[in-house]
Design a protein around this ligand. Structure first.
Ligand code: IVH
Length: 668
């Protein structure tokens, strides 16, 4: 192979990694996305022509290769221990005293505190600076080799930056999913009728342990490094963190160095209060002796190091009693069990219901009516039942009997092959119909104001609506005669329905509620076809030929339109004037058109998503990193590194009242 090409490929790899790090880790890109894509495309072309140029650290290897049958075993050369817990200040004081007793020179003692990220711990091996293997913790001695999956995580360097390190290094850290990424992922899964993840931790762990790296690649995963083994010239944990950052790893910048117990307690208490402000979940604080020499002197037990401890926040858990187990029927007929509980306070909110997922879960946990259960609240999903407290089970309870008939329409329920869920197969089941109406009128779909649960239920119960097209045949008089509906609300609903007709192809397609057709799939389809007629005429092969459409979606779409009743509803919707044709993307309009805003820190009057929505509603754009193209940085309290970056680039920084002024609201 010609030397010129080999040199060029090496140079491209280097450049791409630098820009990748600037974008994903340092949050400070210096080239545009298009320029980045061009570098990547050039490297891909070179590698395709000369396959021997493909190296394990080539950025092209991040995309994800072939699925695996199972993960190979990965033995840890240094065991991945767990941490002993300190619950509360007394425990912490005791641990500090123990550390002091264990040292010859306790006066020279300093600590590093770090946030305890609630993710999945990983061990990464670098040989001559190149990432060669990544493994999960497993039982601490042997984990699973998930290298191919980890290569898809942009924040994990494939090659270390800066000074040439030792021939072999091990870096440990935590892979996690942000709360916002988790919510987007779950929203997407919900709209395509896939099972939801219970919390960001499970979603993150599940994503890393995917046999198909392409699936991992699509998940919003992040990484924080916190330990390096085998590095020379590092004497303290503080230096280790700085070195890790220099090598290009993301480190959590909230770490601090302390010398007194009071400082440790203040840090722990402070984060206990502030934990909800973070976009990732933490379950405590890790306190480490700073000096590596002192760490070695203190040593480890078989389970935990003596030089570190986890200060655990009190768990957001409580006991309650199961009053009943309710089964609801979803839009696609899926039966979902929910436990109705005696109301109980958990971490500041009153909880009365807890999710149970499916029949298998109810059986596995053996949850019975009358049982006392441990309930946990995490993230934003509905609280979960952790386990039953068997000692408190009243006499005479029986295992929960899963219904064989749909609780709404009485049709015999089915369980399709390969599915955990039971379904009601009756497409005109009133519960399904109500949910379909709500979905059609929902936010990402037709956005029909005033079409809520009560109304949808009445429309079904009164026999006024049998399918989505019937909605457009409702008249004002009929609506006004319904419970809780006055003339005004009836007119408003008619007007909202009328407006919905022009929402556009993508929204209408999503609104139909076809399984696996969530918002983004609907978007892909609406761009690929001129009209719903064309889409209804497409066969599986032509659907699968579309970038972004796989066999599962293709199958689901064709079988939906194979049913004459579905085609009829669509045809009637079209007759009523619902727009099912491709449109040009509307130009962004509004006072903030062309304005790009980055948000950092927390605002008093807005959550992140509210601030984002307010900007987008005015035609502005919100991006995650500050660059030369950023118009404003909105900085709330405790801004991150973005603030320094904005100042460096001369980007205008707005505080909350200036932000309100930008939105055209009164400050204050
Ligand atoms: S240090 C000897 N630092 O907590 C163990 N761990 O039970 C050294 N974790 O399995 C671990 N954030 O998954 C350390 N900043 C942090 C951490 C952290 C989260 C996790 C890690 C470990 C568990 C300890």
């Amino acid at each position: 192979m010609p030397k010129r090409e080999a040199d060029r490929a090496a140079r491209l790899r280097e450049q791409i990694e630098v820009h990748n790090r600037r974008y994903h880790v340092e949050d400070a890109p210096i080239i545009s996305d298009a320029e980045f894509d061009a570098l990547m495309a050039e490297l891909q072309t070179l590698e395709a022509e000369y396959p021997s140029l493909v190296t394990p650290d080539s950025p092209t290897q991040r995309v994800g290769g072939e699925p695996l049958a199972a993960f190979p075993r990965a033995e840890h050369s240094v065991a991945m221990l767990s941490l002993d817990n300190a619950r509360g200040e007394d425990d912490l004081a005791e641990w500090v005293a123990r550390v002091r007793r264990g040292l010859d020179d306790p006066d020279a003692l300093a600590f590093v505190t770090e946030l305890k990220i609630d993710g999945l711990s990983l061990s990464l091996t670098y040989e001559d600076g190149v990432f060669v293997r990544g493994a999960t913790r497993g039982d601490g001695r042997v984990g699973e080799d998930v290298t191919a999956n980890l290569k898809t995580i942009a924040e994990i360097p494939l090659r270390l930056a800066g000074s040439q390190p030792q021939p072999r290094l091990t870096v440990r850290g935590e892979v996690y999913m942000t709360r916002s990424g988790f919510q987007r992922l779950n929203a997407e899964r919900e709209s395509s009728d896939e099972p939801l993840f219970a919390n960001p931790r499970n979603a993150g762990a599940g994503s890393v342990r995917q046999l198909d790296p392409k699936v991992t690649a699509r998940r919003p995963l992040h990484f924080f490094a916190y330990t390096v083994l085998g590095a020379e010239g590092i004497a303290t944990q503080s230096e280790a963190l700085e070195q890790l950052a220099d090598w290009g790893f993301p480190i959590n910048t909230e770490w601090r160095r302390h010398t007194t117990l009071d400082q440790l307690t203040a840090y722990c208490e402070g984060w206990h209060e502030k934990r909800d402000d973070l976009d990732y979940e933490i379950d405590g604080v890790v306190i480490k002796v700073d000096s590596l020499e002192q760490q070695a002197d203190l040593g480890s037990t078989t389970k935990h190091p003596r030089w570190a401890v986890a200060f655990k926040f009190p768990a957001a858990e409580a006991l309650s009693v199961v009053k009943k187990i309710m089964i609801t029927v979803g839009r696609t007929g899926k039966l979902t069990p929910t436990a109705v509980l005696e109301p109980v306070q958990i971490g500041g909110t009153v909880v009365q219901m807890a999710g149970l997922h499916n029949a298998d879960e109810v059986a596995r946990k053996d949850v019975r009516i009358g049982d006392t259960v441990v309930v946990a609240r995490g993230g934003d999903v509905i609280p979960q039942i952790v386990r039953v407290v068997p000692e408190k089970r009243p006499r005479g309870t029986k295992p929960f009997r899963w219904p064989t008939k749909c609780p709404t329409c009485g049709t015999k329920v089915v369980r399709l092959e390969g599915e955990v869920a039971h379904r009601c197969p009756n497409a005109s089941c009133p519960s399904q119909l109500r949910e379909r109406i709500l979905h059609w009128g929902g936010r990402g779909a037709m956005d029909v104001d005033g079409l809520g649960v009560m109304l949808a239920q009445q429309l079904v119960n009164e026999g006024l609506v049998h399918d989505l097209a019937d909605l457009y045949e409702l008249d004002r008089e009929t609506l006004a005669s319904l419970d809780r509906m006055a003339d005004v609300s009836a007119s408003n609903l008619i007007a909202a329905l009328k407006r919905s007709k022009t929402r556009g192809f993508r929204h209408a397609l999503f609104g139909l509620g076809i399984r696996f057709v969530g918002g983004s799939v609907a978007d892909v389809l609406a761009r690929a076809f001129d009209s719903i007629d064309d889409l209804m005429g497409a066969d599986r092969d032509s659907l699968e030929a579309i970038d972004g459409i796989g066999p599962v979606v293709a199958e689901s779409v064709t079988s939906f339109f194979d049913r004459p009743e579905n085609r009829r509803v669509v045809e009637r919707l079209v007759d009523h004037g619902v727009d099912f044709t491709r449109s040009q993307e509307p130009e962004l309009a509004g006072p903030l058109a062309g304005v790009t805003v980055v948000l950092t820190g927390s605002l008093d009057g807005f959550s992140r998503s509210e601030a984002k929505a307010a900007i987008e509603a005015r035609g502005g754009r919100v991006t995650s990193s500050v660059s030369g193209k950023t118009s404003y940085l909105v900085a709330g309290s405790e801004p991150g590194t973005k603030l320094a970056r904005a100042r460096e680039l001369g980007v205008e920084v707005l505080d909350e009242s200036a932000f309100r002024a930008l939105l055209g609201e009164d400050a204050g």
